[in-house]
Design a protein around this ligand. Structure first.
Ligand code: FAD
Ligand code: DHB
Length: 387
Protein backbone atom coordinates (compact mmCIF):
# COMPACT_ATOMS: atom_id res chain seq x y z
CA UNK A 1 0.00 0.00 0.00
CA UNK A 2 1.23 3.55 -0.73
CA UNK A 3 -0.09 6.73 0.92
CA UNK A 4 1.24 10.21 1.62
CA UNK A 5 0.91 10.11 5.42
CA UNK A 6 0.89 6.85 7.40
CA UNK A 7 -0.85 7.39 10.75
CA UNK A 8 -0.41 5.03 13.70
CA UNK A 9 -3.31 5.12 16.19
CA UNK A 10 -7.04 5.85 15.85
CA UNK A 11 -7.48 8.02 18.94
CA UNK A 12 -8.65 11.62 18.60
CA UNK A 13 -5.23 12.74 17.24
CA UNK A 14 -4.90 10.17 14.45
CA UNK A 15 -8.54 10.29 13.35
CA UNK A 16 -8.70 14.09 13.27
CA UNK A 17 -5.41 14.34 11.39
CA UNK A 18 -6.64 11.92 8.74
CA UNK A 19 -9.78 14.05 8.12
CA UNK A 20 -8.05 17.39 8.08
CA UNK A 21 -5.53 16.01 5.57
CA UNK A 22 -8.30 14.54 3.39
CA UNK A 23 -9.99 17.96 3.29
CA UNK A 24 -6.72 19.30 1.83
CA UNK A 25 -6.39 16.52 -0.73
CA UNK A 26 -3.62 14.69 1.18
CA UNK A 27 -4.01 10.91 1.42
CA UNK A 28 -3.51 8.92 4.63
CA UNK A 29 -4.14 5.53 6.21
CA UNK A 30 -4.78 5.05 9.95
CA UNK A 31 -3.55 1.80 11.53
CA UNK A 32 -5.18 0.92 14.86
CA UNK A 33 -4.43 -2.11 17.00
CA UNK A 34 -7.84 -2.30 18.72
CA UNK A 35 -11.29 -3.01 17.27
CA UNK A 36 -13.67 -0.24 16.24
CA UNK A 37 -16.05 -1.07 19.10
CA UNK A 38 -13.16 -0.96 21.59
CA UNK A 39 -11.97 2.52 20.61
CA UNK A 40 -15.56 3.78 20.40
CA UNK A 41 -16.36 2.67 23.93
CA UNK A 42 -13.21 3.84 25.74
CA UNK A 43 -14.49 6.36 28.32
CA UNK A 44 -12.00 9.15 28.93
CA UNK A 45 -11.98 12.92 28.58
CA UNK A 46 -15.02 15.15 28.63
CA UNK A 47 -14.02 18.81 28.48
CA UNK A 48 -13.51 20.43 25.08
CA UNK A 49 -12.04 23.90 24.69
CA UNK A 50 -13.78 26.27 22.27
CA UNK A 51 -10.89 25.88 19.79
CA UNK A 52 -11.28 22.09 19.91
CA UNK A 53 -15.00 22.40 19.17
CA UNK A 54 -14.30 24.82 16.29
CA UNK A 55 -11.66 22.44 14.87
CA UNK A 56 -14.02 19.44 15.02
CA UNK A 57 -16.79 21.48 13.37
CA UNK A 58 -14.39 22.55 10.60
CA UNK A 59 -13.40 18.90 10.13
CA UNK A 60 -17.08 18.09 9.50
CA UNK A 61 -17.46 16.22 12.80
CA UNK A 62 -19.49 18.83 14.66
CA UNK A 63 -23.13 18.06 13.91
CA UNK A 64 -23.91 15.87 16.96
CA UNK A 65 -21.38 17.73 19.11
CA UNK A 66 -23.19 21.03 18.55
CA UNK A 67 -26.55 19.34 19.20
CA UNK A 68 -25.69 17.24 22.27
CA UNK A 69 -22.61 18.94 23.77
CA UNK A 70 -23.27 20.81 27.04
CA UNK A 71 -21.87 24.35 26.94
CA UNK A 72 -20.60 25.45 30.37
CA UNK A 73 -19.80 29.02 31.41
CA UNK A 74 -18.21 28.25 34.77
CA UNK A 75 -16.92 25.63 37.20
CA UNK A 76 -17.13 25.35 40.98
CA UNK A 77 -14.18 24.98 43.32
CA UNK A 78 -15.48 23.43 46.57
CA UNK A 79 -13.39 23.34 49.73
CA UNK A 80 -13.59 24.25 53.40
CA UNK A 81 -17.37 23.79 53.49
CA UNK A 82 -18.17 26.26 50.71
CA UNK A 83 -18.47 26.39 46.92
CA UNK A 84 -16.86 29.16 44.84
CA UNK A 85 -17.80 29.70 41.20
CA UNK A 86 -15.15 30.56 38.62
CA UNK A 87 -17.36 32.55 36.24
CA UNK A 88 -16.01 32.33 32.69
CA UNK A 89 -18.62 34.77 31.35
CA UNK A 90 -17.23 37.48 33.64
CA UNK A 91 -13.52 36.56 33.67
CA UNK A 92 -13.02 35.51 30.03
CA UNK A 93 -16.08 36.93 28.23
CA UNK A 94 -17.28 35.02 25.19
CA UNK A 95 -15.26 31.91 26.01
CA UNK A 96 -16.66 28.66 27.36
CA UNK A 97 -16.08 24.91 27.37
CA UNK A 98 -18.23 22.10 25.99
CA UNK A 99 -18.77 18.88 27.93
CA UNK A 100 -18.94 16.00 25.40
CA UNK A 101 -17.42 12.55 25.86
CA UNK A 102 -14.17 11.69 24.09
CA UNK A 103 -15.65 8.42 22.86
CA UNK A 104 -18.42 10.41 21.17
CA UNK A 105 -15.75 12.53 19.42
CA UNK A 106 -14.06 9.30 18.32
CA UNK A 107 -17.38 7.84 17.04
CA UNK A 108 -18.17 11.03 15.10
CA UNK A 109 -14.70 11.12 13.51
CA UNK A 110 -14.79 7.44 12.49
CA UNK A 111 -18.31 7.77 11.06
CA UNK A 112 -17.11 10.48 8.65
CA UNK A 113 -15.11 7.94 6.65
CA UNK A 114 -14.44 4.53 8.21
CA UNK A 115 -12.64 3.37 5.05
CA UNK A 116 -9.42 5.20 5.93
CA UNK A 117 -9.01 3.32 9.24
CA UNK A 118 -7.72 -0.26 9.51
CA UNK A 119 -8.71 -1.69 12.89
CA UNK A 120 -7.26 -4.71 14.71
CA UNK A 121 -3.88 -4.38 13.05
CA UNK A 122 -1.17 -6.14 15.07
CA UNK A 123 2.63 -6.02 15.00
CA UNK A 124 2.93 -2.39 13.83
CA UNK A 125 6.54 -1.25 13.36
CA UNK A 126 7.99 1.87 11.70
CA UNK A 127 11.15 1.88 9.53
CA UNK A 128 13.61 4.17 7.69
CA UNK A 129 12.43 7.27 9.52
CA UNK A 130 15.27 9.40 8.11
CA UNK A 131 14.51 9.07 4.38
CA UNK A 132 11.87 6.71 2.95
CA UNK A 133 9.59 5.73 5.83
CA UNK A 134 7.37 2.69 5.90
CA UNK A 135 5.08 0.97 8.36
CA UNK A 136 4.84 -2.79 8.55
CA UNK A 137 2.23 -4.84 10.37
CA UNK A 138 1.15 -8.47 10.47
CA UNK A 139 0.06 -9.15 6.90
CA UNK A 140 0.91 -5.81 5.30
CA UNK A 141 3.08 -2.78 4.62
CA UNK A 142 2.45 0.92 3.99
CA UNK A 143 5.04 3.06 2.18
CA UNK A 144 4.61 6.76 2.84
CA UNK A 145 6.25 10.21 2.70
CA UNK A 146 5.70 10.86 6.42
CA UNK A 147 4.58 8.98 9.53
CA UNK A 148 2.39 10.53 12.22
CA UNK A 149 2.87 8.83 15.58
CA UNK A 150 -0.58 9.24 17.14
CA UNK A 151 -0.40 6.00 19.14
CA UNK A 152 -0.67 7.37 22.65
CA UNK A 153 1.70 7.14 25.58
CA UNK A 154 2.28 3.37 25.30
CA UNK A 155 2.63 3.29 21.51
CA UNK A 156 5.46 2.03 19.31
CA UNK A 157 6.45 5.14 17.37
CA UNK A 158 8.22 7.14 20.11
CA UNK A 159 10.37 4.15 21.19
CA UNK A 160 11.42 3.71 17.53
CA UNK A 161 13.42 6.94 17.56
CA UNK A 162 17.13 6.12 17.97
CA UNK A 163 18.48 6.45 21.48
CA UNK A 164 19.94 9.83 22.38
CA UNK A 165 17.70 11.87 20.05
CA UNK A 166 14.82 12.57 22.42
CA UNK A 167 14.97 14.18 25.84
CA UNK A 168 12.12 13.37 28.19
CA UNK A 169 10.80 15.34 31.13
CA UNK A 170 8.50 13.66 33.60
CA UNK A 171 6.82 13.68 36.98
CA UNK A 172 4.79 10.94 38.67
CA UNK A 173 2.19 11.70 41.31
CA UNK A 174 1.65 9.46 44.34
CA UNK A 175 -2.06 8.95 43.57
CA UNK A 176 -4.45 7.89 40.78
CA UNK A 177 -7.94 8.85 39.62
CA UNK A 178 -10.76 6.35 39.90
CA UNK A 179 -13.35 7.36 37.27
CA UNK A 180 -16.95 6.17 36.97
CA UNK A 181 -19.77 6.72 34.53
CA UNK A 182 -23.16 6.38 36.25
CA UNK A 183 -26.75 6.28 35.11
CA UNK A 184 -27.81 9.17 37.34
CA UNK A 185 -28.77 12.75 36.54
CA UNK A 186 -26.04 15.30 37.39
CA UNK A 187 -26.38 16.61 40.96
CA UNK A 188 -25.41 20.15 39.90
CA UNK A 189 -25.50 22.10 36.65
CA UNK A 190 -21.74 22.62 36.48
CA UNK A 191 -18.52 20.70 37.14
CA UNK A 192 -17.42 20.64 40.79
CA UNK A 193 -13.71 20.32 41.65
CA UNK A 194 -13.68 19.42 45.36
CA UNK A 195 -10.57 19.55 47.57
CA UNK A 196 -11.05 17.82 50.93
CA UNK A 197 -8.79 16.37 53.62
CA UNK A 198 -10.01 12.92 52.41
CA UNK A 199 -8.71 13.67 48.91
CA UNK A 200 -9.95 15.22 45.67
CA UNK A 201 -13.30 14.50 43.98
CA UNK A 202 -14.78 15.73 40.69
CA UNK A 203 -18.43 15.89 39.67
CA UNK A 204 -18.91 15.96 35.90
CA UNK A 205 -21.54 14.76 33.47
CA UNK A 206 -22.27 13.55 29.97
CA UNK A 207 -26.02 14.21 29.52
CA UNK A 208 -29.13 15.02 31.59
CA UNK A 209 -29.24 11.33 32.62
CA UNK A 210 -25.53 10.33 32.81
CA UNK A 211 -22.95 11.60 35.32
CA UNK A 212 -19.19 11.21 35.43
CA UNK A 213 -17.22 11.25 38.69
CA UNK A 214 -13.57 10.98 39.67
CA UNK A 215 -11.99 10.22 43.05
CA UNK A 216 -8.37 10.61 44.08
CA UNK A 217 -7.25 7.14 45.25
CA UNK A 218 -3.94 5.64 46.25
CA UNK A 219 -1.70 4.75 43.29
CA UNK A 220 -1.55 1.17 44.65
CA UNK A 221 -5.36 0.74 44.73
CA UNK A 222 -7.15 -1.58 42.29
CA UNK A 223 -10.86 -1.67 41.47
CA UNK A 224 -11.29 -4.67 43.82
CA UNK A 225 -10.70 -2.28 46.71
CA UNK A 226 -13.54 -0.07 45.47
CA UNK A 227 -16.96 -1.79 45.41
CA UNK A 228 -19.87 0.47 44.34
CA UNK A 229 -20.96 1.20 47.94
CA UNK A 230 -17.52 2.45 48.86
CA UNK A 231 -17.30 4.64 45.74
CA UNK A 232 -20.65 6.30 46.47
CA UNK A 233 -19.97 6.80 50.17
CA UNK A 234 -16.57 8.35 49.42
CA UNK A 235 -18.06 10.61 46.73
CA UNK A 236 -20.71 11.68 49.26
CA UNK A 237 -18.10 12.36 51.93
CA UNK A 238 -16.04 14.52 49.56
CA UNK A 239 -18.87 16.31 47.70
CA UNK A 240 -21.68 16.69 50.25
CA UNK A 241 -19.71 19.32 52.12
CA UNK A 242 -21.86 22.38 51.47
CA UNK A 243 -25.35 23.04 52.86
CA UNK A 244 -28.18 21.79 50.64
CA UNK A 245 -26.09 19.65 48.27
CA UNK A 246 -26.99 16.00 47.99
CA UNK A 247 -25.50 13.53 45.56
CA UNK A 248 -27.71 11.44 43.27
CA UNK A 249 -26.50 7.83 43.29
CA UNK A 250 -27.38 4.91 41.04
CA UNK A 251 -26.07 2.30 38.62
CA UNK A 252 -22.38 2.45 37.72
CA UNK A 253 -22.01 1.73 34.00
CA UNK A 254 -18.22 1.88 33.70
CA UNK A 255 -15.25 2.32 36.02
CA UNK A 256 -11.47 2.39 35.88
CA UNK A 257 -8.31 3.69 37.54
CA UNK A 258 -5.84 5.99 35.75
CA UNK A 259 -2.38 6.82 37.09
CA UNK A 260 -1.43 10.50 37.21
CA UNK A 261 1.66 11.45 35.28
CA UNK A 262 3.25 14.42 33.53
CA UNK A 263 5.51 13.67 30.56
CA UNK A 264 7.01 15.59 27.61
CA UNK A 265 9.39 14.47 24.91
CA UNK A 266 11.55 16.97 23.04
CA UNK A 267 11.68 17.33 20.13
CA UNK A 268 8.34 15.93 18.97
CA UNK A 269 9.84 14.86 15.63
CA UNK A 270 12.65 12.83 14.13
CA UNK A 271 13.32 12.69 10.39
CA UNK A 272 9.99 11.95 8.71
CA UNK A 273 8.26 10.94 11.96
CA UNK A 274 6.03 13.45 13.76
CA UNK A 275 4.62 12.64 17.21
CA UNK A 276 1.24 14.12 18.17
CA UNK A 277 -0.99 13.98 21.25
CA UNK A 278 -0.31 11.55 24.08
CA UNK A 279 2.52 9.92 22.07
CA UNK A 280 4.52 13.10 22.71
CA UNK A 281 3.19 14.36 26.03
CA UNK A 282 0.72 13.57 28.80
CA UNK A 283 -0.70 15.61 31.64
CA UNK A 284 -2.60 14.68 34.80
CA UNK A 285 -6.30 15.09 33.93
CA UNK A 286 -7.08 17.78 36.55
CA UNK A 287 -6.73 20.60 34.01
CA UNK A 288 -8.71 18.71 31.30
CA UNK A 289 -6.00 19.42 28.74
CA UNK A 290 -4.86 16.10 27.15
CA UNK A 291 -7.40 15.80 24.35
CA UNK A 292 -7.30 19.53 23.68
CA UNK A 293 -3.50 19.45 23.31
CA UNK A 294 -3.76 16.51 20.90
CA UNK A 295 -6.09 18.60 18.73
CA UNK A 296 -3.73 21.59 18.89
CA UNK A 297 -0.76 19.43 17.74
CA UNK A 298 -2.78 18.05 14.85
CA UNK A 299 -3.69 21.54 13.68
CA UNK A 300 0.00 22.52 13.55
CA UNK A 301 0.93 19.28 11.76
CA UNK A 302 -1.87 19.63 9.22
CA UNK A 303 -0.81 23.19 8.34
CA UNK A 304 2.84 22.08 7.98
CA UNK A 305 1.97 19.11 5.73
CA UNK A 306 -0.35 21.31 3.67
CA UNK A 307 2.48 23.77 3.15
CA UNK A 308 4.82 20.95 2.14
CA UNK A 309 2.45 19.45 -0.45
CA UNK A 310 1.11 22.84 -1.62
CA UNK A 311 4.32 24.87 -1.87
CA UNK A 312 7.09 22.30 -1.63
CA UNK A 313 8.51 23.95 1.49
CA UNK A 314 9.54 21.89 4.53
CA UNK A 315 10.07 24.99 6.72
CA UNK A 316 6.83 24.50 8.64
CA UNK A 317 7.54 20.78 9.12
CA UNK A 318 10.98 21.62 10.49
CA UNK A 319 9.32 24.04 12.93
CA UNK A 320 6.58 21.56 13.99
CA UNK A 321 7.99 20.70 17.39
CA UNK A 322 8.78 24.30 18.36
CA UNK A 323 5.32 25.29 17.12
CA UNK A 324 3.70 22.85 19.55
CA UNK A 325 5.91 22.93 22.61
CA UNK A 326 5.05 26.36 23.94
CA UNK A 327 1.38 25.36 24.28
CA UNK A 328 2.41 21.93 25.58
CA UNK A 329 4.47 23.45 28.39
CA UNK A 330 1.74 25.94 29.31
CA UNK A 331 -0.67 23.00 29.65
CA UNK A 332 1.95 21.07 31.61
CA UNK A 333 2.26 23.89 34.08
CA UNK A 334 -1.50 24.45 34.36
CA UNK A 335 -2.19 20.73 34.87
CA UNK A 336 0.54 20.39 37.50
CA UNK A 337 -0.75 23.55 39.21
CA UNK A 338 -4.40 22.41 39.29
CA UNK A 339 -3.29 18.99 40.54
CA UNK A 340 -1.18 20.49 43.31
CA UNK A 341 -3.90 22.95 44.28
CA UNK A 342 -6.67 20.37 44.63
CA UNK A 343 -5.18 17.04 45.76
CA UNK A 344 -4.13 15.73 49.15
CA UNK A 345 -0.48 14.69 49.30
CA UNK A 346 0.56 12.07 51.90
CA UNK A 347 3.67 14.10 52.46
CA UNK A 348 1.73 17.27 53.26
CA UNK A 349 2.85 18.82 56.51
CA UNK A 350 0.65 21.43 58.20
CA UNK A 351 2.68 24.19 56.52
CA UNK A 352 2.02 22.75 53.04
CA UNK A 353 -1.69 22.43 53.87
CA UNK A 354 -1.90 26.08 54.91
CA UNK A 355 -0.18 27.10 51.64
CA UNK A 356 -2.73 25.10 49.65
CA UNK A 357 -5.67 26.71 51.46
CA UNK A 358 -4.11 30.14 51.07
CA UNK A 359 -3.84 29.63 47.29
CA UNK A 360 -7.41 28.33 47.05
CA UNK A 361 -8.58 31.43 48.97
CA UNK A 362 -6.59 33.62 46.56
CA UNK A 363 -7.95 31.96 43.40
CA UNK A 364 -11.53 32.22 44.67
CA UNK A 365 -11.31 35.81 45.91
CA UNK A 366 -8.94 37.68 43.57
CA UNK A 367 -10.22 38.43 40.08
CA UNK A 368 -6.65 38.37 38.75
CA UNK A 369 -5.98 34.89 40.15
CA UNK A 370 -9.39 33.57 39.05
CA UNK A 371 -8.75 34.93 35.54
CA UNK A 372 -5.48 32.99 35.38
CA UNK A 373 -7.39 29.79 36.11
CA UNK A 374 -10.26 30.66 33.75
CA UNK A 375 -8.17 31.62 30.71
CA UNK A 376 -6.06 28.49 30.94
CA UNK A 377 -9.08 26.25 31.56
CA UNK A 378 -11.13 27.51 28.58
CA UNK A 379 -7.95 27.35 26.49
CA UNK A 380 -5.55 30.00 25.25
CA UNK A 381 -6.09 31.06 21.63
CA UNK A 382 -4.13 29.19 18.95
CA UNK A 383 -0.95 31.01 18.06
CA UNK A 384 -0.75 32.43 21.57
CA UNK A 385 2.72 32.80 23.04
CA UNK A 386 6.06 34.51 22.66
CA UNK A 387 6.67 34.93 18.92
P1 FAD B 1 -5.04 8.00 22.48
O1 FAD B 1 -6.45 8.42 22.71
O2 FAD B 1 -4.34 7.25 23.55
O3 FAD B 1 -5.04 7.13 21.14
C1 FAD B 1 -3.94 6.36 20.72
C2 FAD B 1 -4.43 5.23 19.85
O4 FAD B 1 -3.31 4.50 19.37
C3 FAD B 1 -5.29 4.23 20.62
O5 FAD B 1 -6.49 4.00 19.92
C4 FAD B 1 -4.42 3.00 20.72
O6 FAD B 1 -5.18 1.80 20.75
C5 FAD B 1 -3.58 3.12 19.46
N1 FAD B 1 -2.31 2.40 19.53
C6 FAD B 1 -1.44 2.33 20.57
N2 FAD B 1 -0.39 1.56 20.26
C7 FAD B 1 -0.59 1.12 19.00
C8 FAD B 1 0.15 0.28 18.15
N3 FAD B 1 1.29 -0.28 18.54
N4 FAD B 1 -0.34 0.01 16.91
C9 FAD B 1 -1.51 0.58 16.50
N5 FAD B 1 -2.27 1.39 17.29
C10 FAD B 1 -1.81 1.66 18.52
N6 FAD B 1 -8.13 15.28 28.15
C11 FAD B 1 -8.85 16.43 28.00
O7 FAD B 1 -8.52 17.24 27.12
N7 FAD B 1 -9.93 16.74 28.79
C12 FAD B 1 -10.32 15.91 29.77
O8 FAD B 1 -11.34 16.18 30.42
C13 FAD B 1 -9.57 14.68 30.00
N8 FAD B 1 -9.92 13.81 30.96
C14 FAD B 1 -9.29 12.58 31.02
C15 FAD B 1 -9.74 11.69 31.95
C16 FAD B 1 -9.14 10.43 32.02
C17 FAD B 1 -9.63 9.47 33.04
C18 FAD B 1 -8.09 10.07 31.11
C19 FAD B 1 -7.46 8.70 31.14
C20 FAD B 1 -7.64 10.98 30.17
C21 FAD B 1 -8.23 12.24 30.12
N9 FAD B 1 -7.81 13.18 29.19
C22 FAD B 1 -8.47 14.39 29.10
C23 FAD B 1 -6.71 12.88 28.28
C24 FAD B 1 -7.17 12.39 26.91
O9 FAD B 1 -8.04 11.28 27.05
C25 FAD B 1 -5.94 12.01 26.06
O10 FAD B 1 -5.03 13.08 26.11
C26 FAD B 1 -6.33 11.71 24.60
O11 FAD B 1 -6.93 10.43 24.52
C27 FAD B 1 -5.11 11.75 23.66
O12 FAD B 1 -5.47 11.36 22.38
P2 FAD B 1 -4.45 10.63 21.42
O13 FAD B 1 -5.19 10.41 20.14
O14 FAD B 1 -3.18 11.36 21.42
O15 FAD B 1 -4.12 9.24 22.13
C1 DHB C 1 -13.72 15.41 32.97
C2 DHB C 1 -12.41 14.98 32.99
C3 DHB C 1 -11.43 15.79 33.50
O1 DHB C 1 -10.15 15.38 33.50
C4 DHB C 1 -11.73 17.05 33.98
O2 DHB C 1 -10.75 17.83 34.48
C5 DHB C 1 -13.04 17.48 33.95
C6 DHB C 1 -14.04 16.66 33.46
C7 DHB C 1 -14.77 14.51 32.42
O3 DHB C 1 -14.43 13.39 32.04
O4 DHB C 1 -15.94 14.91 32.39
Amino acid sequence: MRTQVGIVGAGPAGLLLSHLLAQRGISSVVLEKHSRSHVESRVRAGVLEQGTVDTLVAAGAGERLLREGLVHHGIELRYGGAGHRIAFEKLVPGRAITVYGQQEVVKDLIALDPSRVRFEVSGVAVHSLEDSPSITFDGGRVDCDFIAGCDGFHGVTRPSVPEGVLTTFERDYPFSWLGILARVPPSAEELIYAATPRGFALHSMRSPTISRFYLQVSSTDSMQAWPADRIWSELRARLETVPGFSLETGEIIESGITPMRSFVTEPMQYGKLFLAGDAAHIVPPTGAKGLNLAVADVRVLTAALDRFYGEGSSDALDAYSDGCLQRVWRAQHFSWWMTTLLHTFDTDDPYAQRLQTSYLDYVTSSEAAATTLAENYVGLPYGWGVQ
